[in-house]
Design a protein around this ligand. Structure first.
Ligand code: PLP
Length: 376
């Protein structure tokens, strides 16, 4: 089996797994307990907070642990429903954890404007500025897109947000471990992360929230996470996230080089098989290792099924819309016509993939295309 769907999720890093096993076995205390079991668990969580903070260039007290990217995005957006200014500026290519949440927050008086993107998937900061109204309380634009990998001009958008004194949130779930992230340089007020996208566990996330910014909690109860996120902490998961973030940030340059060589090899090999393959996303502002490619004339559901039979795991569009043959909204927003849209696969490389596996992938694509052609 060969896995090329790391934008959907990644396996646990072996070091992360070992640490989590150890914590689960030995350090089961409740971090709020005052005895030594509790104090040990508390210390582990605070170490993870420091690791997460160092990985993204902020202070430990600016990190809140949550149950994942979806909850983190919800935490930020639900705050708008309880603020005076209930209008949000976002983009059409955000993850459903943003767009579906905003749609449902209409019940609470929230309205939003989603700006479009160009054919490379890039948001124009001027469009963001034009969408601001007197009622705008939040701008939420993702750092990098999950389907096509385009990296957004967050520093330019930050300058606009500051000029208008509007809070800026960015969903960076896809970015950590693939590109260097420094929240201060990016100029964001809040940022969302999810451990399972960078070799950490599923069901754990983090919110960066700049000192001085106040958000109302989404979950009430005890005073965990500075009363921003109640509930006994997931010590095993949080500890895993901390180490995964440290490793992801430390190895980001070598990881990017690895992804780059896998991508270049794939493109060279695919060119020989299918010279008219069409790549999507920005050529320069792009997550390394994420390839969105159309196979004109070959429907992605068929192609994926053929690849799956050959032991190859890739995705059609994003994981959340897989199993659904409708054209991807993100590609449509990038002006990709429906015929090409439904012929698109997302291939996302991971740290464990090798050049030999790339050759196995392109050979499997070749034989799948041949089989589809002969059955037509
Ligand atoms: C850009 C983006 N945001 C948010 C999420 C949701 O994160 P989680 O799976 O941790 O809830 C995902 C997951 O696919 C994502 O790609």
């Amino acid at each position: 089996m060969h896995y090329f769907d790391h934008s959907a999720t990644t396996p646990l890093h072996p070091q992360v797994k070992n640490l989590m096993d150890e914590v689960g076995e030995l350090h089961f205390g409740n971090p709020s307990s005052v005895h030594s079991f509790g104090r040990k668990a508390r210390a582990l969580i605070e170490t993870a907070r420091k690791q997460m903070a160092t990985a993204i260039g902020c202070k430990p007290q600016e990190i809140i642990f949550t149950s994942g990217g979806t909850e983190t995005n919800n935490l930020v957006l639900w705050d708008v429903a309880r603020s005076d200014k209930k209008h949000v500026v976002t983009s059409v290519i955000e993850h459903p954890a943003i767009l579906k949440t905003l749609e449902n927050l209409s019940d609470f008086g929230v309205t939003f404007t989603s700006v479009g993107v160009d054919e490379k998937g890039l948001v124009d900061p001027q469009d963001v500025e034009n969408a601001i109204t007197d009622e705008t309380g939040l701008i939420s634009i993702m750092l990098a897109n999950n389907e096509v990998g385009t990296i957004q001009p967050i520093t330019d958008i930050s300058a606009i947000a500051k000029q208008h004194s509007i809070m800026l949130h960015s969903d960076a779930v896809q970015a950590l471990g693939k590109i260097p992230i420094n929240v201060k340089e990016l100029g964001v007020d809040c940022m969302s992360f999810s451990a399972h996208k960078f070799y950490g566990p599923k069901g754990v996330g983090a919110l960066f929230i700049k000192n001085g910014i106040k958000l109302k909690p989404l979950i009430y109860g005890g005073s965990q996470e500075r009363a921003m996120r109640a509930g006994t902490e997931n010590t095993i998961g949080v500890t895993g996230m901390g180490l995964a973030a440290e490793l992801a940030a430390k190895n980001v340059v070598t990881s990017a080089d690895h992804f780059h060589s896998l991508t270049e090899t794939f493109k060279k090999q695919l060119k020989k098989i299918l010279p008219n393959a069409v790549y999507h996303g920005h050529p320069n502002h792009h997550l390394p290792g994420l390839i969105s490619v159309s196979f004109p004339g070959y429907r992605n559901d068929l192609l994926m099924a053929h690849l799956d039979r050959r032991g190859i795991a890739v995705s059609s569009g994003s994981a959340c819309s897989s199993g659904d043959v409708k054209p991807s909204k993100i590609l449509s927003a990038m002006n990709v016509d429906d015929d090409l849209n439904i012929c698109t696969l997302r291939i996302s490389f991971g740290l464990g993939n090798t050049l030999e596996e790339v050759t196995i992938l392109t050979k499997a694509i070749n034989s799948s295309l041949e089989q589809i052609r002969s059955a037509a």
